[in-house]
Design a protein around this ligand. Structure first.
Ligand code: HEM
Length: 502
């Protein structure tokens, strides 16, 4: 076509096309200025996310860097490529979004592709109509009473973890904490959510551990497919290539199906999460949407994915801090040992609950190193923020920058210092509750917070009651967040020296 034109016309045609592309790329970039909202200047194609998209900076860290440029601003406007996104960082406004006006912000705006990615139809991603009934059916599985019933299953895995540690510590080499704790939490979730003995600790080739590792490893192909999924969902659907990987999908679909079939055939009853899913599956009349096998499997899948890495990373982060703070480590060990002695060496659900200093260490670990660095919400209707002139349109994406808030010196003086004393009852009461959000908040908060807390604390109890933990030649200080990781993790991992306590 261009060949039929003269040189001037061809140049003109190229210029028009380029101008059209340029206009498409920058057309939204006045969105925040027009609404009087502060924000950094966006760059072409990447908006304000260049370093994140080029895997040079961690997402949460990038948001903190942006927020630091606008001290005190309650709302900041940024662009994720072409899309305007609002950072909400004022605690009162966060409360409105997460709790008070939840009905307007009940979704995260995550992609759900029933056909291409059947496992994406889980609680974390689902749109409100399917999320609400599922959440209310699954919540009873995580009550304090249910946790108490499941406690023996977690304890079984923790006992096995202790035995495993005794064997590997004998070798005298630095321990790759993230790997061994991920094996422990894989076993816990496997036992509680899938009703299976996964033996990730015993079996180097455990399929579940392999799948877990694979899910969190973003290779270039998955990165490109994920970008395509968020920028052109229709093209993603059309291509039909899953960003998650067919092997992961097939593995989880068949694992859950086999477990349920086995239990039904053999009338197996067990106080675990799969029992809850079976209950839902066996009573489809109580649901107003089709409960396919894929939707059931997707829930077990999200318990696995959301449940093992968050807790194992938290154990590793706590150990990394305690290895640098021996007085805290010793105080915590004493608390644990005294409690064990008072209970004839037994660990009980109520006994763990009473360990106050363990709780303070746990909370401070999640303050300084929250595995999930930001929360997302999507406006389901036009919305005006309280006390402001800002009205956002339906569909507006919101980011709540957890990492930035929990590192803000206004709420946490000397924020980079690990200090469990920040979590005495008095100190907690003195702070705005929205300045501590490792599990999110409101109706869409972490459903597994109690579960994650117990498996993390049990892991720490087993380690600290048996071993002294020190830095090793392979421990990377200062802490540098890995830009390629989904969740917060340090570059180079967490390698520590364990020595057996006599
Ligand atoms: C230390 C451990 C954990 C941390 C730090 C953590 C953190 C989080 C965060 C920040 C969210 C988003 C909350 C929000 O947007 O307000 C979330 C959601 C979720 N988490 Fe966790 N989590 C942990 C353990 C677990 C465990 C053990 C499970 C399951 C067994 C789990 C299952 C889920 C699910 C299903 C959601 C989506 C909830 C919904 O949208 O209804 N998490 N988690």
């Amino acid at each position: 076509m261009i060949g039929a034109l003269g040189p001037a016309e061809s140049l003109c045609a190229v210029a028009i096309v380029l101008t059209g592309i340029w206009y498409y790329l920058v057309a939204n970039y006045s969105f925040w200025k027009e609404r009087g909202i502060l924000g950094p200047e966006p760059g072409l194609i990447f908006g304000n996310m260049k370093d994140v998209l080029l895997v040079r900076e961690n997402f949460g860290v990038q948001l903190k860097k942006i927020c630091d440029q606008f001290p005190g601003a309650p709302l900041i406007g940024v662009y994720d490529r072409r899309t305007p996104v609002l950072i909400v960082r004022d605690p009162e406004l966060i409360k409105d979004v997460m709790i008070k006006d939840f009905s307007t912000f009940s979704e995260r705006g995550m992609p759900v592709h029933d056909k291409v990615e059947p496992l994406s139809t889980h609680l974390f991603n689902l749109e409100t109509t399917r999320w609400r009934p599922l959440r209310s059916k699954l919540s009873p599985a995580f009550t304090s009473g249910k946790m108490k019933n499941m406690f023996y299953l977690i304890l079984e895995c923790a006992d096995y973890f202790e035995e495993y540690l005794n064997n590997i510590v004998e070798k005298g080499e630095p321990i790759d904490c993230r790997e061994i704790t991920a094996k422990y939490t894989t076993d816990v979730i496997g036992s509680c959510a899938f009703g299976l003995q996964m033996n990730a600790l015993a079996d180097e080739d455990s399929e579940f551990r392999k799948m877990g590792r694979k899910f969190f490893k973003m290779d270039p192909k998955r990165r490109v497919l994920s970008l395509l999924r968020s920028s052109s969902p229709w093209l993603y659907e059309l291509l039909g290539i899953s960003a998650m990987g067919d092997d992961i999908t097939k593995f989880f679909l068949s694992s859950v199906k086999e477990t349920i079939d086995h239990r039904m055939k053999n009338n197996v009853r067990r106080a675990d999460l799969i029992e809850m899913l079976m209950e839902i599956k066996n009573h489809p009349e109580k649901s107003d949407f089709e409960l396919t096998d894929a939707i059931i499997a997707a829930q077990a899948f999200v318990f696995f994915i959301a449940g093992f890495e968050t807790s194992s990373t938290t154990i590793s982060h706590a150990l990394m801090e305690l290895a640098q703070n021996h007085d805290m480590q010793e105080r915590l060990r004493q608390e644990i040992i005294e409690s064990l002695e008072a209970n004839n060496g037994d660990i009980t659900y109520d006994g763990v609950k009473k360990l106050k200093y363990l709780d303070m260490v746990f909370q401070e670990t999640l303050r300084l190193r929250p595995p999930v660095l930001l929360h997302m919400r999507k406006a389901m209707a036009e919305y005006t923020f309280r006390g402001t002139n800002l009205t956002i349109p339906k569909g507006q994406m919101i980011w709540i920058p957890t990492w930035e808030i929990q590192q803000n010196p206004e709420y946490y003086p000397k924020p980079t210092v690990f200090d469990p004393e920040r979590f005495t009852d008095e100190m907690v009461k003195a702070r705005h509750p929205m300045t501590y959000l490792p599990f999110g908040d409101g109706p869409r908060n972490c459903i597994g917070a109690r579960f994650g807390t117990y498996q993390t604390k049990l892991g720490l109890i087993k380690i600290l009651s048996n071993f002294k933990v020190d830095m090793s030649d392979k421990t990377n200080i200062p802490y540098v967040p890995n830009p390629a990781a989904f969740l917060l993790e340090p570059v180079g991992g967490v390698h520590l020296k364990f020595s057996k306590i006599k």
